[in-house]
Design a protein around this ligand. Structure first.
Ligand code: TXA
Ligand code: MG
Length: 345
């Protein structure tokens, strides 16, 4: 694990230097840590795929410091289209919303895996934005984990995931949201309104989007590449329990790890090898911020199986359950459903 972790001015200038030379660095965002490279240097972008072990068919999100950079990576066919997207952008940027837009032909095809659409976002993290401004080039950055694994929400997590593959991680503290950005495909309809298809639920919820266009929910739309069951997964088996957890754990032959939303009864705590509580007060935002870290701790604990409590599917709870279903590879006790059938495709 040779990656250096640097903070502040020292970290910013070292990051910019490495990125300028075509290197790859770990950078903080308000959602999860990203693995960044200059989006206009194809070789650098190839370094992201290599470090993550990510298939070249899975496109990357492009990060900008301001919406005014949109024309560098997206191509608008009319001023009306541009204006509608700008309205949306000014409502949510900087922030955890990623927009899928028509791609600018100059942006290397490797970034979008050959697709004619590009996913773009403006993070609110001041360190990431400062790196972008100084580099003066958009950055391609997926989450800084090995492909399919648990997303990192701290610099230390990035080092665990990719410490042998990258030279530097810029430490921006723990991530505020702890859950990847909401990803939406944006289409302009004939009548000049927007159609917003949620491809990945995240911190910006359906209810927040509704006033900006017609919102198409995830279970009615096709797969986004990379949004597969089996993503965001721990090494250990994880099962979501919708039934009576007490009875279930009582009958289990495993050393149980339990991922609880709120504090469980003493009986459960006594029977489990490890218990992680996402939010003592039952707050979904707090649960999201703690989610990946708790999953990571359970994964390295002495438990040989992880059971997870279902959370309410309201607000960011929808995104947490989406990630839990993928992490469980469809193993849900109490409903009989498989992940691919019940959640976001
Ligand atoms: O919060 C986030 O979005 C974080 C931070 C680092 O910005 N990034 C992130 O990137 O989660 P990643 O690569 O782990 O997930 C991006 C998702 C993938 O499922 C990818 O397939 C999809 O967005 N995606 C990216 N570009 C796309 C495109 N052109 N068309 C369709 N899907 C795309
Ligand atoms: Mg990811």
């Amino acid at each position: 694990m040779s990656a250096q972790i640097l903070a502040g001015e020292e970290g910013i200038s070292a990051s910019v230097e490495i990125l300028r030379r075509g290197g790859v660095v770990g950078l903080p965002t308000e959602t999860v840590y990203g693995l960044a490279a200059d989006a206009f240097q194809s070789l650098a972008v190839a370094g992201i795929f290599e470090a993550k072990g990510r298939p070249l068919t899975d496109p990357l999100i492009v990060h900008l410091p301001e919406a005014v950079w949109l024309d560098r990576v997206a191509l608008f066919t009319s001023s009306e289209q541009r204006q509608l997207v700008e309205t949306l952008a000014s409502a949510f940027w900087p922030g955890p919303l990623t927009l899928l837009l028509p791609k600018h032909p100059d942006l290397p095809d490797l970034v979008t895996a050959g697709s004619d659409r590009v996913a773009v976002r403006v993070t609110s993290h001041p360190l990431f934005r400062e790196v972008l401004r100084r580099l003066d080039s958009p950055l391609a950055a997926p989450s800084a984990n090995r492909f399919g694994r648990i997303s990192p929400t701290s610099a230390a997590d990035v080092r665990i995931e990719l410490g042998d593959m990258i030279p530097l991680i810029l430490d921006g503290g723990p991530c505020e949201h702890g859950m990847e950005s909401t990803l939406i495909a944006v289409e302009v309809n004939g009548g000049g309104s927007l159609s917003l298809s949620i491809l990945r639920p995240g911190p910006i919820t359906k209810d927040q989007l509704i006033q900006y266009g017609h919102v198409v929910l995830p279970d009615r739309i096709v797969n986004s590449p990379g949004s597969l069951p089996g993503h965001y997964a721990p090494e250990k088996r994880l099962q979501i329990i919708n039934a009576d957890i007490e009875e279930f754990i009582h009958n289990s032959k495993n050393e149980c790890g339990y991922l609880a939303f709120t504090p469980p009864p003493q009986e459960i705590i006594k029977r489990c090898a490890v218990v992680e509580i996402l939010s003592p007060a039952g707050n979904l935002k707090e649960a999201a911020a703690n989610f990946y870290g708790a999953l990571r701790r359970l994964d390295i604990s002495k438990a040989d199986m992880i059971y997870a409590e279902s959370l309410p599917e309201q607000g960011i709870g929808t995104a947490i359950m989406d990630r839990l279903r993928r992490a469980s590879h469809g193993s849900i006790h109490g409903t009989g459903h498989r992940a691919g059938e019940t959640s976001v495709k």
